[in-house]
Ligand binder design. Structure first.
Ligand SMILES: [Zn+2]
Length: 239
């Protein structure tokens, strides 16, 4: 009799377990409508934000990114924003910044300029992001096959592009120790200059923004450089 009850209970347990599993699967399919709150932002450390970005990039690489309900997120985020980070990226259309880290509406400030350098306006924007709005991470992102970097290497002169490229020239100078052909046709050299450009930008942030430097020294923010590979969506951290 006992055996019979157990035998009957077993499929029931499996059924309940399957139902729960299906429920979890269903919940997983539900688009995310949550947006970052002030409390959640305050609890995050710079390292936790960086980890979330690394995990998000892995999801982006695998093609399984978070499904989001943008309409609900738009309405929920309207009263205020509490982003986790500020990302300084190149203008390039092949670098969809939020997608690269699988982040959504209200998650990140994105500052963009061809060649991801800093000037007064961009530093001001980044100071606003961290000091005023509470972001915990400054991410400077260069990328593979960057046209701005190639333009600086080739010393392109055209309209306002000339003055813009002048901001990237220090990175070209920093790269003169490169062993090999120092031309824009050499992908390895272009990458070398891109990485030096990220290093130079981070150096400029520390030198020209006492606000961000102090926050970094106190451990309130982290300033990190990355190189984004267009071909496979992967990131390389720049030391
Ligand atoms: Zn670029």
């Amino acid at each position: 009799m006992k055996i019979k009850i157990l035998a009957m209970a077993f499929p029931l347990a499996v059924l309940i377990s399957c139902n729960q599993s299906n429920k979890i699967q269903e919940e997983k399919k539900q688009p995310v409508s949550h947006v970052m709150t002030k409390e959640e932002q305050a609890k995050l450390t710079p390292d936790e934000v960086l980890k979330q970005f690394i995990d998000g990039n892995k999801r982006f690489q695998s093609g399984v990114t978070t499904v989001r309900d943008h309409s609900k997120q738009v309405r929920k985020s309207a009263p205020g924003q509490f982003p986790k980070a500020v990302i300084l990226s190149c203008l390039d259309s092949r670098v969809p910044v939020e997608d690269v880290f699988d982040q959504g509406l209200g998650d990140v400030f994105v500052a963009r300029v061809a060649g991801n350098f800093v000037n007064e306006d961009l530093l001001g924007s980044m100071e606003f992001a961290c000091k005023v709005a509470g972001a915990k991470l400054v991410l400077v992102m260069g990328h593979q096959h960057c046209g701005a970097i190639k333009g600086a290497i080739d010393d392109v002169k055209l309209g306002n592009i000339t003055a813009m490229l002048a901001k990237i020239k220090p990175a070209v100078k920093m790269s003169q120790d490169f062993q090999g052909k120092k031309t824009s046709k050499n992908d390895e050299f272009v990458k070398y200059v891109s990485e030096n450009n990220v290093k130079y930008t981070i150096q400029q942030i520390r030198e020209k923004s006492p606000v961000l430097k102090e926050m970094e020294d106190k451990g309130q923010i982290k300033i990190v450089g990355v190189f984004y590979n267009l071909t496979d969506g992967t990131l390389e951290f720049i030391k």
